[in-house]
Design a protein around this ligand. Structure first.
Ligand SMILES: Nc1ncnc2c1ncn2[C@@H]1O[C@H](COP(=O)(O)OP(=O)(O)OP(=O)(O)O)[C@@H](O)[C@H]1O
Ligand SMILES: [Mg+2]
Length: 296
């Protein structure tokens, strides 16, 4: 198949989901402040290929992101890391003309199976973006629980209070904001705003958390703080993080995948495996060149 071959099918456009999400009771706070939950979920892609219009940007990407681990995705700009991440939780289809082939398996079940609702997938696979994006005029309290309605989760006042506290604790922000939950999200520092966004993601009890360069807009101190938070979350859920910071990949992740694209070929995984191995004893010379800063 050439890079301009027709995609086998177009993903349905976001928002065309026929049924409104049913309201469901609050899921158990699987990763509550009280301790880790039971089984954790893993994620896997098989032969994932993606297009924007006629342009193929990812080619047959197969990767296992193991339950309870932090997997780092690294690679030069434009190689498809963000696209890959957005495919994992069905955000890719929000882009007009976007298409894909292959499978995304959450605990062995394809998130693109017919009848599967995107909103349900996005509740189970949360996302934190490069720039902190809290609702600036909304209180910290309401920011944390702002995802509940969209996820179709109803909760009593007591449950909401508990959720706000446990989510902020897990995000490592509770001690800094517990006495000012009514202040607006926009009043926090950049690093605090990013932890608020992490708390917002955690409030709907995701099984997987995707993070797209979550520290790239932050100073070194805030970056450290977020990295501590990520490390603390590791035993509670499965994390996939895109980073351009090689030190960060080594500090936070157990597994690592190196993506690469050239000007006329789509992004592919060159090498994936234990982080220590990728950084100290990579199998492919291109990996060695990249992790040692010789290109990209
Ligand atoms: N909405 C879009 N429409 C068309 N092409 C897109 C769109 N988003 C991304 N692309 C293209 O897809 C390719 C992969 O982009 P992507 O953003 O996934 O790369 P990336 O690895 O995340 O890069 P960076 O490290 O700079 O964030 C690029 O060639 C990009 O130009
Ligand atoms: Mg990106």
């Amino acid at each position: 198949m050439t890079d301009t071959a027709q995609p086998p099918y177009a993903v349905p456009e976001f928002g065309k989901d026929p049924s409104d999400p049913p309201t469901v009771p609050l899921p158990p706070v699987s990763a509550g402040a009280d301790g880790p939950s039971g089984a954790l979920s893993g994620l896997e892609t098989r032969d994932l290929t993606a297009w924007f219009g006629q342009r193929k940007v990812l080619e047959r990407v197969s990767l296992r992101m193991r339950a309870g681990e932090i997997t780092a995705l690294i690679g030069p700009s434009g190689c498809g890391k963000s696209t890959y991440l957005r495919i994992l939780n069905r955000m890719h289809e929000m882009v007009r003309g976007a298409a894909l082939a292959g499978e995304v398996l959450l605990d062995g079940e394809d998130v693109y199976a017919p009848g599967r609702r995107p909103a349900e997938v996005r509740r189970r696979i949360g996302m934190v973006f490069q720039r902190p994006n809290p609702f600036p005029a909304m209180s910290l309290y309401d920011n944390v629980i702002s995802g509940l309605k969209l996820a179709g989760i109803r909760a009593s006042r007591d449950e909401r209070d508990h959720l706000v506290e446990s989510s902020l604790r897990q995000a490592g922000l509770w001690n800094e904001v517990s006495n000012r939950l009514g202040t607006p999200g926009g009043a926090l520092s950049g690093g605090q705003q990013q932890r608020l966004c992490i708390a917002r993601s955690l409030a709907v009890s995701p099984e997987i958390l995707l993070m797209d360069e979550p520290c790239s807009a932050l100073d070194p101190t805030s970056t450290r703080r977020i990295e501590e938070t990520i490390a603390d979350l590791r035993h509670r859920l499965t994390i996939v993080i895109v980073t351009h910071n090689m030190q960060q990949a080594q500090r936070v992740s157990q597994s690592c995948a190196f993506f690469l694209a050239s000007h006329d070929t789509p992004g592919r995984i060159v090498e994936a495996g234990p982080t220590a191995q990728l950084f100290t004893d990579p199998a492919d010379p291109r990996t060695a060149d990249y992790v040692n800063g010789r290109f990209g």
